[in-house]
Design a protein around this ligand. Sequence first.
Ligand SMILES: Nc1ccn([C@@H]2O[C@H](COP(=O)(O)OP(=O)(O)OP(=O)(O)O)[C@@H](O)[C@H]2O)c(=O)n1
Ligand SMILES: O=C(CO)[C@H](O)[C@H](O)COP(=O)(O)O
Length: 538
Amino acid sequence: MEDHHKKMQSDSCDPDRPTHPGTFPTCEAGRSDHQPAERSVDFPVSVVLPAGGHRERTGLQTPKQFCLFMGRPLISYTIQAFERVSWIQSIVVVVAREHMDLMTDIVQQFQHTKVRVVPGGSTRHRSIYNGVLALGEEGRLVADKPKVVLIHDAVRPFVEEDFLYKIAMAAKEQGAAGAIRPLVSTVIATTSEGYLDHSLERAKYRASEMPQGFTYDVIYQAYQKCSESDFEFGTECLHLALQYCGTNAKLIQGPPTLWKVTYKRDLAAAESIIKDTLSRSACAITGGSAQAVTLAGALQEAVGALNMLHLGGPDVSNGRIWLSRAGLGPRDRLGSVSVSVDRLIGAIPLRWPELAVIPDLTGENGWYLLKDWNFIQVSVNRSCLSEVEALLTDLEAAKQALLHPLVVILVLLSGSDELSVSGRAVEPEAIMDLASAAKLRNILLYGIQLHQSKRDYVIFRMVAHLSCLAHNKTAGNTCSVPCKERLERSTRRSDAGSLAAINHGQARFHAHRSHTSSHSRPDPEQTVLRGAGRILYY
Ligand SMILES: Nc1ccn([C@@H]2O[C@H](COP(=O)(O)OP(=O)(O)OP(=O)(O)O)[C@@H](O)[C@H]2O)c(=O)n1
Ligand SMILES: O=C(CO)[C@H](O)[C@H](O)COP(=O)(O)O
């Protein structure tokens, strides 16, 4: 055990917990033996994902690895976390025999390219061993065999490339490596009568997590040599490597998100992490049209105000509520636009810390495709569908939607009495078809149609000014000078109706702050079409 502890090096330190003074060396925060900066992996690495479990502890009908999160099974998220890593060459997914077809369908539907599906065994170790054997079969020539095998539970979907890199490098050097986490509870031993026998000193121990990495030869030999009892009751591959190959694993502390989805409540936690990890910023593409630029500018200011609201302390939903009530009644043109802007921001559970406005994605702007951002395509012409199709193709090529879903919102500016060149309205079905296809590529497409009038300029500016007011009210009249100046300038410039609307919005802001639930009430003035994960607003 002592040798085992010595292997816990600087990575094992956690500022949140007491360390054992005599056992663990202190660490520099963030320091690790393998900085991922270069990430040159010049040896073959393959992965085994055991997914052959049967759901006992969740108590659900569906094994947890096949539970859907935003329309995608958990196993697919885990596969993507590995598939997007360029230096990982192949992934063996091990599933129960009765799930072979289901898993094959998932691989096809979500376009996994590095995956091979093999049947599992009656225990986790037997499943992993099947996966290791399958990798061995793949490499008929010795040179084709992976040098390092990463093993990772299919039900631990949140693993990042940096950490995989650390494990792979350490496994190559040491023969075995594994993730650890500090213990949350103290571990105690009980007597057969159910009394306390003894208690372990918590600071000396760690929880063993996944991923783990082994050289192919170490893990293969360990399974060759281990006993039936190990296969039946064992829970720790690192232990097999130590016991049967004399390989002391290097232990590296991983992030808390490596935790295993085990109970039903973990499914809810996983869903919340998946939603939380949706990219938080968006890029509005205007195509250069003046109307689109005006709308995008207004949105930019509105989003900025929402963020200020959020930073100021109150729940951002106040901001959303305020925006939805900022204009006049829903029948009023002013009101309809401000409601739509709110819908644009509030239709999906996202906050955008940044909203960039660009004419298109050519030249240097192509950089936005690599940023893992969401997109708002503002269109004023009938070729909007081909514009958004091109955007979806670009996003797919950039592979940003591999791990987390991206959101694309198509805003159709139409119906304008003299400004519009939109021609015939776009059929909702066309957008819904596009949304269904996009969803398979992990892109959530929303369509919003805005009807315009000549007064839109005033409307959009008003939305922006109301955002300033929202901040002003919420943050205790600390609105910045430039913001106040803009408001005064616009007040001098704008017509009486606009000024009245601002004041009206202010009053409504007070009235509705305590009625946050009204945000989710269905709006009879809006036609909402729901399909496979997309909403089309009119
Ligand atoms: N015969 C088995 C048993 C488990 N696993 C996999 O090992 C991982 C960790 O196992 P666990 O959390 O225990 O999953 P289940 O066996 O599904 O859960 P339970 O023990 O609650 O039945 C999971 O990805 C699971 O699918 C496997 O491949 N083959
Ligand atoms: O953490 C692990 C290995 O270190 C495994 O995920 C864990 O042992 C799996 O066990 P079980 O299938 O009983 O949940």
